[in-house]
Design a protein. Structure first.
Length: 678
């Protein structure tokens, strides 16, 4: 199967936009087909947008080099734009940055050329110039080097005078060799297969990427000529050398060759800092599940949970496909692959999690749901367990419910001052219906919890109806629906209204009966808070009308609607600012008398190379004033309602997002992605 790549034409330029990593047979076939199609159609000026390409394989680089040569011969060119930091590093260390046209690469990222030996500075002098050594230390180094015959760099390292990272950076400058911080995505198994693992361990090198007949390898010693000769002979390839820390090479070797079942990041000294609460491991393991009780599997599962909590992941996906297993974290609404355990370990990992959730480890044919509670890093965290049998095995999803990370205060919702003031005014009402709308994962429940937390007091009877109860709050009467026994939202809401409530929170309005009861409750002196799955605030009115709620009842009951989305915030660790281009200023109608400064993240290890870390709410607020009520009663359409909202100065979701971008908290691209994706 060939993966299609989006193509478009702007003037003489053809734009190609892959939708994911350029790895695997399907993605590579799609890339080659798209490039060949452009050439066959005499479209010789091609721009390849790498914005959504997380990484690429050596074969993809080969295809780009070959296509670039063909297009250049025809008088055109291939230009790469928007590479993320990982892709930039791959282009740099393989030498492809010097052979391809890559937008935004500076000189330091281009291919390095070693200076002639005659003009090369001595390492000690370079360390002195960069103030990494003192003159006295350099003099002592020279003396020790004469006496021992050791290299100057090794002596300085052994003495503790320089750090390994600083030494490698200077050594790379001296020899014209790139330095790299190893991470997943910089190496591939096809390249590792060219050198037996035992040999790689003995020589302390890591094969990274093979492009045509050149193999890029990482080493901590760029002058180990016998090592390079042996690698070249075994792999039958020319070599490109990059510098990396020895410890990093040894740490990533297993991941490169085996898929990283027990990576050092997971099995570190914090593996004991996780305690399972209110659960006991049963003794009746079946034979196939005995591995689940083995300490390496327990340590692996514990490490995964700890890392997910540390990285503030909302979900952990543990899934199996043909011949491979993988673990992904959902961080800030986006899934990132974190490891690929051996496929034969997958049943043991699943069984261990079922044991933790007190579920039947022998049942693999039916879906199961459960709950795991753990204490780690000084706090208690709930994990919602869900298993689903597939054709290759069970997939597990763990929803991480970390109360410490939940937003339970109104000012922390990210609302603008105007929206926050209007929302407080809605919550101050003694009765009425307040709705929060948005697609799944837009933070509606968090907003409701913040509202309830704002309203709670000993003088107020607050009752919630949820599916399920995600966070437990003090002095709040929380109830969970159970549709298996017929206790749905509508039935429970009827009984809740007999409990003398002041405020009722209904987790979601799903049907006509629930909607009608909620409207009647708000008309009889209760403040009712609930959510609806609609794209914007105006859509909530149409949805309730479609459910059969009479317009005159809705107009009387409705207090207001909050529409919201979650956008990723720019990572503070790699945040940079830039002047908005003229075309962006013109598109948004911003004044041209002063420069407009925007921000973006370059991508770093802190944010999975995405440039974003954490999320921020953007909102639109529709208050049911007399004008809106009149429109609802007469059954006004969506366009008329939106026109009224604009006429009364209500800011749309997109406009609120743009204002956040101007504040330097997110990017215009992220706002467009979230709004248009819905």
């Amino acid at each position: 199967m060939v993966e299609a790549i989006a193509a478009s034409r702007v003037g003489a330029m053809t734009y190609l936009s892959p939708a994911g990593p350029l790895v695997g047979d399907a993605a590579l076939a799609g890339l080659r087909t798209s490039l060949a199609t452009c050439q066959a159609a005499n479209q010789v000026h091609v721009v390849l947008d790498l914005a959504r390409v997380g990484t690429l394989a050596g074969q993809a680089l080969e295809a780009l080099l070959e296509s670039s040569a063909r297009l250049t011969a025809l008088g055109g060119r291939l230009e790469l734009v928007n590479p993320n930091p990982l892709v930039r590093t791959l282009l740099r260390i393989t030498g492809c940055a010097a052979r391809l046209s890559v937008a935004s690469l500076d000189e330091s990222e281009q291919d390095l050329r070693a200076p002639p030996a005659a003009t090369r500075q001595r390492l000690g002098d370079m360390l002195l110039q960069r103030q990494l050594l003192s003159a006295a230390q350099l003099q002592e180094l020279s003396q020790l080097q004469k006496e021992s015959g050791q290299r100057v760099g090794q002596i300085a390292l052994d003495k503790g005078w320089v750090k390994e990272a600083d030494l490698q950076r200077v050594l790379g400058e001296q020899l014209g060799v790139h330095c790299v911080e190893l991470r997943a995505g910089l190496y591939e198994r096809d390249a590792a297969a060219l050198l037996p693992k035992a040999v790689a361990l003995r020589l302390q090198v890591l094969p990274l990427v093979k492009v045509h007949n050149t193999l890029t390898i990482a080493t901590s010693d760029p002058q180990a000529v016998p090592v390079f000769d042996e690698v070249a002979q075994i792999s039958a390839c020319k070599l490109r050398i990059v510098l990396a820390r020895r410890d990093d090479i040894l740490r990533h070797l297993h991941e490169a060759y085996e898929g990283g079942d027990y990576s050092a990041e997971l099995l570190d000294n914090r593996a004991d800092d996780l305690e399972l609460i209110e659960s006991q491991i049963p003794d009746d393991y079946t034979t196939i599940d005995e591995m689940a009780g083995a300490s390496p599997v327990i340590a692996l599962v514990n490490g995964l949970i700890q890392r997910a909590i540390r990285d503030k992941a909302s979900d952990i996906h543990i899934e199996i496909a043909r011949g491979r297993s993988r673990v992904r974290f959902r961080v800030d609404g986006v899934l990132y692959q974190v490891m690929t355990p051996r496929v034969e370990l997958h049943p043991a990992i699943v069984s261990r999690l079922k044991v933790m959730a007190n579920l039947d480890i022998a049942e693999r044919r039916l879906p199961q749901d459960g709950r795991i509670q753990v204490a780690t890093q000084g706090r208690t965290v709930d994990l919602r367990f869900s298993s689903l049998p597939g054709i290759h095995g069970e997939k597990i999803v763990l929803r991480v419910l970390d109360k410490n990370q939940s937003i339970l205060e109104l000012p922390k919702l990210g609302m603008s001052e105007a929206n926050l003031g209007d929302f407080r005014h809605l919550l101050a009402r003694s009765h009425g219906l307040v709705l929060v709308t948005g697609p799944t994962g837009s933070g509606k429940t968090t907003t409701l919890y913040a509202a309830i937390n704002h309203l709670k007091s000993l003088e107020t009877n607050i009752v919630t109806i949820e599916d399920p109860v995600e966070y437990q709050l003090d002095i709040i009467n929380q109830n969970q629906v159970n549709e298996a026994i017929g206790l749905d939202f509508a039935r429970m809401l009827k009984h809740v209204l007999r409990q003398d409530p002041d405020v009722v929170m209904v987790g979601e309005i799903r049907d006509r009966q629930t909607a009608e009861i909620a409207v009647q409750a708000s008309l009889t002196g209760h403040l009712v808070l609930s959510t609806l799955h609609t794209n914007d605030a105006v859509g909530a009115l149409s949805r309730l009308a479609d459910m059969g709620v009479e317009p005159y009842l809705l107009a009387s009951a409705l207090a207001g609607v909050v529409g919201q989305r979650l956008v990723r915030q720019v990572c503070p660790a790699c945040k940079t600012s830039f002047l908005a281009p003229p075309e962006v200023i013109a598109k948004h109608g911003w004044p041209t008398d002063a420069p407009v400064r925007l921000v973006r993240g370059k991508g770093c290890s802190e944010c999975y190379d995405s440039g974003y870390k954490g999320r921020l709410g953007i909102h639109e607020l529709l208050v049911a004033d007399e004008g809106l009520q009149a429109l609802i009663v007469k059954g006004a359409g969506r366009d008329e309602l939106q026109a009224y909202a604009r006429q009364t100065g209500r800011r749309s979701l997109y406009e609120d997002g743009v204002s956040r971008a101007l504040e330097g908290r997110t990017t215009l691209e992220e706002v467009s992605r979230v709004i248009h994706a819905a």
